[in-house]
Design a protein around this ligand. Structure first.
Ligand code: UDX
Length: 435
C-alpha cells in the first residue's frame, strides 16, 4: 500500500486517483475548486464517465479515497505526488503550464521528505526538467530529495477506467532509474508492459501517440473525400486496409473528424513545439487542416441538398465530441452549429449526456429532449455523434416529423439502403458508390 496524492480532479486525475485507491493504495485527490471537491464529497461527479461514480463511492466508503482543497493536508506524508492538472492551449497553441507550475511550487513549499513528483498531465517535451527547476528554485537553499518522473496517460474519455486498469503499456520517463522503478511498482499488479525511458522521450511518446491517432483519422477522411468523387465506399476501403496487420482496423472510421480535450490541444501543441524548435511539421499542419475541413464539408453537403441554408431548420443528433461522454470541448457539432447559424439556419439539437454542458455555450439553439423532437419541422437531420441510442430510432416517425426527408449521417452510423428505400435523401461520409 502506498500513500499517493493526485493534484487535479479532471477525468485524468479523478480516474487515476480512484483507480489507484481501488488497487489498495491510500489516495488523496486535491483540487483548488471548493465546489468541485464539495460535489465529490457528496458523490457528485464533475464529469460523466461510465462506472466512475460507483468506483468513487466504493473507495470513499473503504476509506482509501479522500478529497480536499487543502494542499498541506493532501501532501502530508506522501510518497508519490501526481500532477494531473489541465494544460489548456494558449493563444499560439502552446500548452499553458501555469497550473503545473503552481502545483510544483506547492510541493516545494510543503514537502520536507523524499518525494516522487510524477507528471501525469500532457506536457511539452522538456517540461519534466522545467518542473525540477521550478522545485529547486522554490526551495532555494532548503534541500529536498525528489525526482521528477513523466508518466503520460492514455485514457480515452468514456472508457477511462478500463483503459487505466487494462493499459497496453505504462510509460515512465526519468533521469533517475530508481525513481522510475518506484513508480513502476504502483502499476505492477496491472501485469502490463512497463516501459522505462528518459523524461523527454516519455513526454514525446504521449504527443506522438495522439498525433498519430489523429493522423490516421485525417488520413481516412481524406481518402473518404476522394471516394465521394471516385465512386468508392470508404467504409469498405478501411475494412480492406485493416486486414493488413501492419494497418489494423482502429481509428479508420471516416466521419466528421476528431474533437475533444486532447487531440486538438495535443496536435496543436506538438506543432507549436516543432516550429519553436526550427522544424517544419507539414504533416501535422495538414492533419489539422483536413480535420477542420471535415466540418465545413458537412455544411457544404447540407447546403447542396437544401439549396440554401438561410431560414432552414437543421436537427442535430449528438453534441458531445464522441459517444459515452458529456464532453463537448472542440466537438465537431459545435463548430457545425456555428457555421450553419452563420448562414441563417435554425438549429434543434439533442444529446443523451451533454445537454447541461451544451446549454452553457449554445445560444439560439432549441435544446430538445429526444431525437423525435429534434426532427420536428426540420429540413434535414444531421447525425454528429454515434450514440448507441441513435442506432435504431424509428425512421418512419422521423420521416413524418421532418419537413424534408434529408439525412446527413456524419458518422456513417445508419443503413443507407434502408433509409433510401424509405424515401430519405441519405448523405453519408465517403460513400461515393451511392451505397
Ligand atoms: C484520446 C486518445 O485516444 C487517448 O489515448 C488520450 O489519452 C486522450 O485522447 P479521447 O480524446 O477520449 O482519447 O477520444 P478517442 O476515443 O481517442 O477519439 C478521439 C476523437 O477521434 C473523437 O472525436 C472521435 O469521434 C474521433 N474518431 C475516433 C474518429 O473520428 N474516427 C475514428 O476512427 C476514431
Amino acid at each position: 500500500m502506498s500513500k499517493i496524492c493526485v493534484i487535479g480532479t479532471g477525468y485524468v486525475g479523478l480516474v487515476t486517483g480512484t483507480c489507484f485507491a481501488d488497487l489498495g493504495n491510500q489516495v488523496t485527490c486535491l483540487d483548488l475548486d471548493p465546489q468541485r471537491i464539495n460535489n465529490l464529497l457528496n458523490g457528485q461527479m464533475p464529469i460523466y464517465e461510465p462506472g466512475l461514480e460507483q468506483l468513487v463511492k466504493q473507495n470513499v466508503q473503504a476509506k482509501r479515497l479522500h478529497f480536499t482543497t487543502d494542499y498541506k493536508k493532501a501532501l502530508e506524508g506522501i510518497e508519490y505526488a501526481f500532477i494531473a492538472v489541465g494544460t489548456p492551449s494558449g493563444v499560439d497553441g502552446e500548452a499553458d503550464l501555469q497550473y503545473v507550475k503552481s502545483s510544483a511550487e506547492s510541493i516545494a513549499d510543503l514537502v520536507d521528505w523524499p518525494i516522487l513528483v510524477i507528471n501525469k498531465s500532457t506536457v511539452p517535451v522538456g517540461t519534466g526538467d522545467w518542473v525540477a527547476d521550478v522545485i529547486r528554485r522554490r526551495r532555494g537553499d532548503r534541500p529536498l530529495q525528489f525526482s521528477v518522473i513523466s508518466n503520460p496517460e492514455f485514457l480515452r474519455e468514456g472508457s477511462a477506467i478500463n483503459d487505466f486498469m487494462n493499459p497496453d503499456r505504462v510509460v515512465l520517463g526519468s533521469e533517475d532509474r530508481a525513481a522510475a522503478d518506484h513508480v513502476a511498482a504502483l502499476y505492477q499488479t496491472l501485469r502490463c508492459t512497463i516501459m522505462i525511458t528518459d523524461l523527454r522521450t516519455a513526454e514525446m511518446i504521449k504527443y506522438a501517440s495522439n498525433a498519430f491517432l489523429a493522423t490516421r483519422i485525417s488520413f481516412i477522411n481524406e481518402i473518404g473525400n476522394m471516394c465521394e468523387e471516385l465512386g468508392a465506399d470508404v467504409r469498405e476501403v478501411a475494412l480492406g486496409m485493416g486486414y493488413d496487420k501492419r494497418i489494423g482496423h482502429t481509428y479508420l472510421d471516416a466521419g466528421l473528424g476528431w474533437g475533444g480535450s486532447c487531440f486538438p490541444k495535443d496536435v496543436k501543441a506538438l506543432e507549436h513545439m516543432a516550429v519553436l524548435h526550427g522544424t517544419q511539421p507539414q504533416l501535422l499542419q495538414a492533419v489539422m487542416e483536413i480535420n477542420r475541413n471535415q466540418r465545413r464539408r458537412a455544411v457544404m453537403k447540407l447546403r447542396k441538398a437544401l439549396g440554401s441554408l438561410n431560414e432552414k431548420t437543421i436537427g442535430l443528433l449528438g453534441l458531445s465530441f464522441k459517444p459515452n461522454t458529456d464532453d463537448i470541448r472542440d466537438a465537431p457539432a459545435l463548430e457545425i452549429i456555428h457555421l450553419l447559424t452563420n448562414e441563417g439556419a435554425h438549429i434543434r439539437a439533442y444529446d443523451p449526456q451533454a445537454m447541461a454542458n451544451a446549454a452553457k455555450v449554445l445560444k439560439n439553439v432549441k435544446l430538445c429532449e429526444n431525437p423525435y423532437q429534434v426532427a420536428e419541422g426540420a429540413d434535414a437531420l444531421l447525425l454528429a455523434t454515434e450514440w448507441n441510442e441513435f442506432k435504431q430510432i424509428d425512421f418512419g416517425r422521423v420521416k413524418k416529423l421532418l419537413r424534408q426527408p434529408v439525412i446527413l449521417d456524419g458518422r456513417n452510423l445508419w443503413d443507407s439502403e434502408q433509409l433510401k428505400a424509405m424515401g430519405f435523401t441519405y448523405i453519408g461520409i465517403g460513400r461515393g458508390n451511392g451505397k
